[in-house]
Design a protein around this ligand. Structure first.
Ligand code: MG
Length: 370
């Protein structure tokens, strides 16, 4: 579900933002926070965010739907400020390190382990100009159990794959890397589903493939376990799509428990916060590769942060199968061309929602900017 936030001012300037993964709780929270924004200086973005957050620590101002709701407001305020000052958001964030933001495509490769089938999926992505892609090693690796979300044949909750399951994950990665060829980078995701020794064994067996990364082999909450896995393999370990705020990333970065961090910018705190997270990571030589499942609005907002930090690696694109990707914005264009998002000099985030098209996809039971 895409959740867009609009902030209006008495000066007639408006801003649009987006947040993800907050669900109906974030919608309710945004409505609740609305009266608190009336009369404030909309340019004091960090102050508004931090003032509201600190006042709500008893209500969960460290993580979850509340932070996500605040994030949607924060991004809309950046868009508003950019438009009011007639500059792109990246100028307000310190200026660009790069004119184009590299994007990778998240794709679904079924467990057929058939090179031709993997080639077909990979070719679709390459035709669109991407130079990097990601596959799930877990979710679709065992598709014959009857449920697409069924993870392991033996037991959905046990984190220990047996030898057959281990080999199947290795084979799936090998098949996709072979299909992609030497020019294309491949990342893999495990959605926190392994135990420590299985993760180390898998990461080591994947080493010859020189993957871009192996994502969240175990839950990132246990920093020490993550660090042991990272130290035990040359396969880069990546984590962070479910962490919030710079506080949530602090230990992961300071203990160098991962090789790459991947905050979801329109979920975990917004543009200011994630720029700080990227800066914290940079002093430990850790690249920044944000998770992203947003519409073009949130994706472009994320790109503004990616353009302004030195250690940016690559940004996710999740919606190769969504037919509204280009029609849902007034610009009627794919913001991703040849695997990159070009940073324009349009003010604010630089995109406008086509509300007529967007409303055709409105989620049942939700309101429309009310
Ligand atoms: Mg992931």
């Amino acid at each position: 579900m895409h959740l867009w936030v609009r902030v209006e001012t008495d000066a007639g300037v408006t801003g649009i933002g987006e947040c993800v993964h907050g669900g109906h709780a974030s919608i309710a929270l945004i409505k609740e926070l609305e009266p608190r924004l009336v009369g404030l200086d909309p340019f004091a973005i960090d102050k508004i965010f931090e003032d509201i957050r600190r006042s709500l620590v008893f209500e969960g101002g460290f993580a979850g739907a509340l932070i996500t709701a605040l994030t949607g407001i924060e991004i809309a305020l950046w868009d508003l400020k950019g438009k009011a000052l007639n500059v792109p958001v990246y100028e307000l964030l310190g200026g660009k390190f790069r004119d184009k933001v590299r994007v990778y495509a998240d794709c679904e490769v079924s467990p057929g382990l058939n090179l031709d089938e993997a080639k077909r999926v990979v070719d679709e992505v390459l035709e669109r100009g991407f130079t990097a892609l990601k596959i799930d090693l877990d979710i679709f690796a065992y598709g014959h159990t009857g449920s697409e979300t069924e993870h392991y044949v033996k037991d959905k909750f046990n984190m220990t794959p047996n030898r057959w399951e281990h080999e199947r994950m290795v084979k799936l990665a090998e098949t996709v890397v072979a299909a992609a060829g030497p020019e294309i980078e491949v990342a893999t995701d495990l959605h926190t589903l392994l135990d420590k020794h299985s993760a180390i064994r898998l990461a080591r067996d994947l080493e010859p493939l020189k993957l871009m990364w192996l994502e969240e082999p175990v839950p990132p909450e246990n920093i020490d376990t993550m660090r042991e896995i990272t130290a035990a393999t040359s396969t880069p370990i990546c984590a962070g799509e479910n962490l919030y705020l710079r506080h949530g990333f602090r230990d992961l970065i300071e203990k160098q428990a991962v090789d790459i961090i991947m905050p979801d910018i329109p979920k975990c705190g917004g543009l200011s916060e994630c720029r700080k997270v990227a800066n914290m990571a940079e002093i430990y030589s850790i690249p920044f590769a944000p998770h992203n499942v947003s519409s073009p609005i949130g994706t472009m907002a994320s790109a503004h942060v990616c353009a302004t930090v030195p250690n940016f690696l690559v940004l996710e694109f999740h919606w190769t199968k969504r037919d509204y990707w280009t029609t849902i914005i007034q610009e009627k264009t794919d913001i991703i061309r040849d695997g990159h998002i070009e940073m324009t000099d349009r003010p604010g985030i630089g995109l406008e929602l086509d509300e007529e098209v967007a409303r055709q996809h409105q989620y049942p039971g939700t309101t429309w900017f009310e």
